[in-house]
Unconditional design. Structure first.
Length: 382
């Protein structure tokens, strides 16, 4: 089955430092490189929002991880004000505008019958709006319908009790999030994407609780063998792994080695094998979806990166997963290129370099052949 939401191109507007970024083509596996402050992690965040179709819990989690969840601190500050301050962090220059050209837009690009380029129908957009609640009551005064109506520019002067909200739009489906709650995502829009086929590995490893849940999803399936084969990159004697412990937050991964009588805590065997476990567990839980990995090389010695790339390429094809990875490592890039241009590899991949030129982010795209030439001639790709 093909990936339901596979991106063949990417257009991002007004998201953080990506005022307008267009990547003309994408492949099954995509490696994103560039110096600091070029937007590598920002692209992953944008794809995460796209993949979950605007899941608010994810959005507020991303804001919290950046220290941008500005909860109400002053007694006289209302929740709307603090939520606007928080959500404005998503927008370029933290701009709070109510016009459609102020909206964040994330998705692929398609050509119209007139030869013009536009965002595809499944693109997602977010923008601040001014709105008012409309209600219709029956003869007994009971509310029978309720809807939120967006005010056009200038109409707010004619409405006494308008509010400010966040509109999340996917194609023709629109939802307006009220911002007058301490945690506006609790009872509101949860996104239209399939979060079960999406995983996002940050610069740190996924914590033990999440790894345990991901392992539970594949227990007693053929996917267990994929995890064991990946761990053998680091420890060839790996036979089995398990998660033990009654409390989900304290469950611990243990490993059984062929040359040892008992089991060992996986954490005692170093960062490398735990990083591999995290990546492969996330990958085998992303069937027909997306896997995002920030700073691939974290905890991985250069000697294992090419072997891990081989497994990633193979599983991405078998499980129909589209993968986006960032890195600062030349070894990671070289390993990626070696697998990409291996005669036995049948799957396509792409390297994308981001550049920050006068605070405008631009991209340079490398095909497999172009990347090989750059590596062979020692041309700086990072």
């Amino acid at each position: 089955m093909a990936i339901q939401n596979m991106l063949d191109s990417l257009n991002i507007q007004n998201y953080r430092n990506l005022r307008k970024l267009r990547i003309n083509s994408l492949e099954r596996v995509n490696l994103i490189i560039g110096k600091n402050n070029t937007g590598k992690s920002t692209i992953l965040e944008a794809i995460a929002i796209y993949a979950t179709k605007g899941d608010l819990a994810l959005i507020f989690q991303l804001l919290g991880e950046r220290g941008e969840d500005f909860k109400r601190r002053e007694a006289n500050q209302d929740y709307t004000e603090s939520n606007i301050l928080t959500l404005s962090s998503l927008f370029t220059d933290r701009q709070v505008g109510f016009e459609r050209n102020n909206a964040i837009s994330i998705g692929s690009v398609e050509n119209t019958i007139f030869g013009e380029e536009r965002s595809s129908d499944n693109s997602i957009s977010l923008r601040f709006v001014q709105y008012f609640d409309e209600t219709q009551r029956d003869n007994q005064g009971v509310i029978i319908t309720r809807k939120r109506t967006v005010l056009q520019s200038g109409e707010e002067k004619q409405v006494a009790n308008f509010k400010v909200g966040l509109e999340i739009r996917v194609d023709k489906n629109s939802n307006i999030l009220s911002l007058d709650d301490s945690r506006p995502y609790r009872y509101s829009f949860r996104g239209l994407g399939n979060n079960e086929s999406f995983q996002f590995i940050r610069t740190r490893n996924i914590d033990r609780e999440i790894n345990g849940k991901l392992w539970d999803n594949i227990t007693l399936t053929e996917k267990e063998k994929y995890v064991i084969e990946a761990l053998k990159i680091i420890e060839p004697q790996t036979e089995r792994i398990a998660f033990i412990g009654e409390n989900p937050k304290e469950r611990m991964a243990v490993i059984k080695l062929a040359n040892a009588p008992g089991v060992l805590p996986l954490r005692s065997m170093g960062d490398g094998i735990n990083r591999v476990l995290t990546i492969i567990l996330a990958l085998v839980n992303s069937d027909n979806g997306f896997l995002l990995i920030d700073e691939f090389e974290n905890g991985l010695h250069h000697t294992v990166q090419e072997q891990l790339w081989r497994i990633i390429f193979n599983l991405a094809e078998e499980l129909k997963v589209q993968i986006f990875v960032t890195t600062h490592s030349e070894d990671c890039i070289t390993g990626f290129e070696n697998i990409l241009n291996n005669p036995d590899n049948t799957m396509k991949g792409k390297l994308i370099r981001l550049e920050n030129i006068n605070d405008i982010i631009r991209q340079v795209e490398f095909s497999a052949e172009e990347l090989k030439i750059a590596i062979d001639q020692n041309i700086e790709t990072r």
